[in-house]
Write a protein that binds this ligand. Structure first.
Ligand code: ATP
Length: 389
């Protein structure tokens, strides 16, 4: 096991700069996830660590060893790809053993290790099968097994779950997390799936257009995204963005004003007339279900994470501000319901997330409340977070 350090790594392909200013250090044994939209440079970073790409400039260290000029096979890293690339003519046992045989490890040790790895991945009963006799999830576990058996210093995983169906993906994700907890091998995992990033990572590196946007643990990044790109990338449904102009007593968003209490206005330090983008997560917009005519007698506050009885709602210490929205689409999911709504007189659409027991219909006009404690303000040109500052 080892730490992995990237110092100012850049990779250029002719006139395309794939990654730039990439600097971070993964401590020994941690699980880091590189996440971002397609083409942001995730795989290029992973392949540079693996030795399958050469950095145009910058330094890569694994442990204390400078790796820039060390060939891939001498780096003691194991990589697992999306297409598992098992040897079709070999059995599961032979596939798992392959890397060890190439290293001329003693046959008895290989056999022991194959059994141990197969047990940890629930593959013992499949050892004599060929890959084509396995399901996609089992094949992916064999690919992981082959990598684990080598006991590398570093694991590099490039979208390893993306070929699996939804259920298998969830199961394998949980297994992967457990496996990492048992083995403690430093791991770099690439995905464009924000759920995988949030659930697996000790630390997430969010990338966009070849540059790091933010590094942090999942909760911190979710709670305090550095900019609008990060804010809208992590979270499902994503954070709502409302273009606004700051005025004396609040934010003008077209036909409505998001009123800001005087105490908060003083802290904002925005110019009069300044355009900005407001950000609010779906779970921080509460609906007063009195406004959903079909459900007048039920809970006052429909948010699942803050499902408060009416008497509590009256005592809420939160600064709230009212907002009218028109319901366009209702998606009941059982425990909760997702709503797509528009602002009256505007093309801006909002995502809301309310308790599954609150009845709302397409066409309803809802009186919502925004929780100003969780309101973000982003620079409308750069996307940088202005508030909280
Ligand atoms: P995806 O999620 O779609 O796999 P990614 O985030 O892994 O994308 P990379 O594959 O690292 O992105 O690519 C980053 C950028 O570098 C892209 O713009 C890509 O087109 C470019 N790129 C990658 N490899 C090459 C290459 N061999 N030649 C030219 N451009 C390349």
């Amino acid at each position: 096991m080892a730490n992995v350090r990237l110092e100012d790594i850049k990779r250029r392909f002719n006139n395309v700069t794939a990654i730039e200013d990439i600097t971070f250090e993964i401590p020994d044994g941690e699980f880091w996830v590189l996440v971002g939209p397609s083409g942001c440079g995730k795989s290029t970073i992973l392949r540079t660590i693996a030795g399958l790409e050469t950095a145009t400039s910058g330094k890569l260290l694994i442990g204390d060893r400078l790796m820039n000029n060390i060939p891939a096979r001498q780096r003691d890293v194991a990589m697992v790809f999306q297409n598992y690339a098992l040897y079709p003519h070999m059995t599961v046992a032979q596939n798992i053993a392959f890397g060890l045989q190439m290293r001329k490890v003693d046959a008895k040790i290989i056999q022991e290790r194959v059994v141990t790895v197969a047990r940890s991945l629930s593959l013992e009963h499949l050892l004599e099968r060929k890959p084509k006799q396995l399901s996609g999830g089992q094949q992916q576990r064999v690919a992981l097994g082959r990598a684990i058996a080598r006991e590398p210093q570093v694991f590099l995983l490039d979208e390893p779950l993306s070929n699996l169906d939804a259920q298998l993906r969830d199961d394998t994700r949980a297994e992967l997390k457990q496996l990492h907890q048992e083995l403690g091998i430093t791991t770099v995992y690439v995905t464009h799936d924000q759920v995988e990033a949030m659930t697996l990572a000790d630390k997430i590196v969010v990338l966009n257009r070849g540059r790091i946007q933010q590094i942090g643990d999942p909760q911190s990044i979710y709670a305090l995204p550095a900019n609008q790109m990060v804010a809208t990338f992590l979270g499902s449904p994503p954070m709502n963005i409302l273009p606004a102009i700051y005025k004396n007593d609040g934010f003008d968003i077209g036909e409505q004003l998001i009123q800001v209490p005087a105490g908060i206005q003083e802290k904002l330090q925005l110019r009069q007339g300044q355009s900005c983008n407001l950000g609010i997560r779906p779970e921080h917009i509460y609906i007063n279900s009195d406004s959903a005519l079909s459900n007048a007698s039920r809970l006052n506050w429909g948010n699942p994470r803050t499902a408060l009885a009416p008497q509590h709602a009256a005592q809420l210490p939160l600064p709230l501000t009212a907002l009218l929205v028109d319901v366009k689409v209702v998606e009941p999911l059982g425990r909760e319901t997702l709503i797509r709504a528009s602002l009256p007189g505007s093309i801006v659409l909002l995502n809301l997330q309310i308790g599954g027991d609150v009845r709302v219909r397409t066409g309803d006009r809802l009186h919502t409340q925004l929780d100003l404690n969780h309101l973000f303000v982003f620079d409308s040109k750069t996307g940088d977070r202005i508030i909280p500052n």
